[in-house]
Design a protein around this ligand. Structure first.
Ligand SMILES: *Cc1c(COP(=O)(O)O)cnc(C)c1O
Length: 418
């Protein structure tokens, strides 16, 4: 599918004049449309709720927007809980799916009334002593082995640190029932970034069967199944995007088949998507500031891997459009590089693009999830600004860029002179 930026060169210039590059932009209209599609795809399920994975895009302005459109949040740390609280979330609008959880994180989650998703059987005692078990508790399942979806998409749950074994799941339910827990949720996250419609239906079938068996054998009330995240997006224009309506409908079929026939037709479906909700609706905009002609042709930009880490650590493809040259022929081959003293700091390698001049804006697509949020400060580089582009194309600063003072703020300089 052809990739089209949601801002043009003129808008980039206007934003740049107020908040210089590099900066992130987010497309409010696109986000809203996508959220509405997700809700309608699962509207057949009365209790359906998408808990947006905060770690993907931890910005309270974005979270507030999602709240206005009926989403909950999935948090995994103290500060994600604090951001969510600030954005107005509480109670069962918060899913707390953490692992190796510090006590203070559990305490805040409990204070906010969040649904607690326990990653391990040993966390039952840990959480019980700390906060007391709730009437509704969620548990995270790891089936082990290899989980194969389709088209060679698979992962190895056996090597993943998350969740409990099948035996432990039954044991956990028994223990918690004996301590007064009345309702259970089952959660599992097996494969990331699945660009196929098959992942959720296959995962759902596995979890529904487990839920029906637990219900039969232990008499436990299963109130929800959490399919977690992992629905992917096509980073490359050659990839076929997922169809959320097909996914919703296929999950409905296995739901009717397995839960419906087990008399469990009131189980709610929850999801915790991050990438699918926000990924395509955010972009990193950076300027070409240098060109270099050695053994290869380089364009040096003012963003670097601290602003978007995925290409450097996963070798991920992110499509790039040179703003104002959307329809120009791709006559040149470049490595597009940032300024870290690390040779993996390349947004693109041997990429065919229109001829780039210094000063051109490069729009790096699909950075709306796991983009800004994975930022860091290596080489003393700073995090960029984040800007929300409203449906009428006006724009709003939703996080200012870091300054050198922010970078230096955690040192005590009282014995130094500047
Ligand atoms: C990361 C994560 C998600 C979101 O994953 P996406 O790939 O962004 O959909 C959801 N739930 C949990 C527990 C996670 O760790």
């Amino acid at each position: 599918m052809k990739k089209t930026p949601f801002i043009d060169k003129k808008t980039a210039e206007e934003i740049d004049a107020a908040y210089p590059t590099p900066f992130y932009v987010y497309d409010e209209a696109g986000i809203i449309q996508n959220v509405e599609n997700i809700k309608s795809a699962f509207a057949w399920n009365k209790g359906f709720k998408e808990y947006f994975a905060v770690k993907a895009t931890p910005n309270p302005f974005i979270l507030k927007l999602l709240k206005e459109h009926g989403l909950g949040v999935d948090c995994s740390s103290l500060t994600e809980l604090m951001l969510s609280k600030a954005a107005g979330f509480n109670g069962d609008d918060i899913m707390f799916s953490s692992n190796e959880t510090p006590a203070e994180d559990y305490v805040l989650a409990q204070e906010l009334g969040a649904i607690i998703n326990l990653d391990d059987i040993t966390h039952i005692d840990y959480f019980d002593k700390l906060c007391g078990l709730n009437e509704t508790m969620s548990i995270r399942y790891n089936p082990g082995g290899v989980f194969t979806v389709s088209n060679g998409i698979m992962d190895n749950p056996q090597d993943a640190k998350y969740g409990m074994t099948a035996d432990q799941i039954y044991e956990a339910v028994k223990i918690m029932m004996s301590r007064g827990v009345k309702h259970f949720g089952i959660h599992s996250f097996l494969v990331s970034n699945t660009v196929t419609n098959d992942y959720y239906p296959m995962l759902a079938a596995k979890l529904f069967e487990l839920a029906a068996d637990i219900h039969t054998k232990l008499g436990a009330d299963i109130s929800f199944i959490n399919l977690s995240g992992g629905v992917g997006i096509p980073y490359h224009p050659d990839q076929e995007p997922n169809d959320i309506f097909v996914i919703g409908d296929e999950v409905r079929k296995v739901y009717d088949e397995i839960l419906g026939s087990a008399g469990m037709g009131d189980v709610a479906i929850y999801t915790e998507m991050g990438r699918y909700v926000l990924g395509p609706y955010g972009a990193l905009v950076t300027r070409a500031i240098h060109e270099k002609h050695i053994y290869k042709e380089y364009i040096g930009v003012d963003a670097c891997a601290v602003n978007l880490m995925r290409p450097a650590i996963y070798g991920s493809y992110h499509h790039i459009t040179v703003l104002g040259k959307e329809d120009a022929p791709c006559t040149d081959t470049y490595d597009i590089v940032g300024g870290l003293c690390e040779n993996n700091d390349k947004f693109a390698i041997d990429r065919k693009l229109p001829k780039i001049e210094r000063g051109d804006y490069l729009y790096i697509h699909d950075a709306g999830a796991h983009g800004f949020s994975m930022g860091y400060n290596y080489n003393g580089k700073l995090r960029s600004a984040e800007i929300l582009v409203h449906p009428d194309k006006s724009f709003e600063l939703i996080r200012r860029a870091e300054t050198p003072q922010d970078y230096l703020a955690t040192f005590d300089f009282s014995d130094f002179t500047f």
